[in-house]
Design a protein around this ligand. Structure first.
Ligand code: URA
Length: 234
């Protein structure tokens, strides 16, 4: 069950404060009866909820795929800098949106933004072992010996042990595909640092079997369908 003011805010696309005004003015019907109780609990799956006679379909959670642009922070909000949530919030006016995991400020590519905390925790938990694939542009070619080291799992300078990665030439040996199953701080950059290679560009293209939509330019986003969402766990 959900509070009617939350359901109206989400379904009607307004703030929680405005939704209370809409309810108090008698514009909302629940199963055909005017509801002026802003704290009434409703079941959006079974109750018919209308505003000014229009059915408002309510989705409990939203899942957005964004191609994160360079220079934008992977965070919900920040005092002075623009965040990925700032980019989507006009089209998705919901409380509690957050990015699932963090990409560095200069990293681009696939990021999921949601208001589903359980989903977010499961995706980033190392226990789930979900693959994340990146296209990595290096400052020099990677050798077979380097790949063997990375695929065994490296130990970083501070003692952090990384799980084995999968590294494959993508466009020659300076642009490689790298797949990891966890998300330690600056993991890819630090892993390549161990074999003496710098990372010039980093872009995530896949989470599980969910692939970044090639139609999305940097900064563009769209909702993820239920079928696509299931691919995260495959
Ligand atoms: N690894 C990094 O070093 N940076 C990212 O943004 C993601 C993975």
């Amino acid at each position: 069950m959900e509070r009617i003011d939350k359901v109206v805010a989400t379904g009607f696309g307004c703030s929680r404060k405005d939704s209370r005004g809409v309810i108090l003015r008698g514009r909302v019907l629940v199963d055909g009866i005017i509801c002026r109780d802003i704290s009434m609990k409703v079941d959006p799956d079974t109750n018919l909820i209308t505003v000014d006679g229009n059915d408002i379909s309510f989705k409990k959670n939203v899942y957005i795929m964004i191609n994160k642009p360079k220079g934008i922070l992977s965070a919900s909000n920040d005092k002075s800098r623009e965040t990925v949530v700032d980019l989507v919030k006009n089209d998705f006016p919901r409380d509690g949106l957050f990015p699932v995991g963090r990409l560095d400020k200069d990293t681009t590519g696939l990021l999921i933004i949601t208001d589903d905390g359980d989903f977010g925790h499961k995706v980033i938990s190392p226990k789930s072992g979900i693959e994340k694939e990146y296209i990595v542009t290096l400052d020099k070619p990677v050798t077979d010996a380097d790949i063997a080291v990375l695929e065994k799992g490296v130990t970083l300078a501070d003692g952090t042990v990384c799980r084995p990665a999968v590294v494959k030439p993508y466009k020659g040996r300076t642009v490689v595909s790298t797949t990891i199953t966890e998300g330690k701080y600056h993991e890819i950059k630090r892993m390549f640092g161990v074999v003496g290679i710098g990372v010039n560009e980093l872009s995530r293209i896949r989470i599980g079997k969910l692939v970044l939509d090639v139609q999305l330019d940097q900064g563009q986003y769209r909702e993820i369908s239920d079928e696509e969402l299931a691919l995260v766990w495959k």
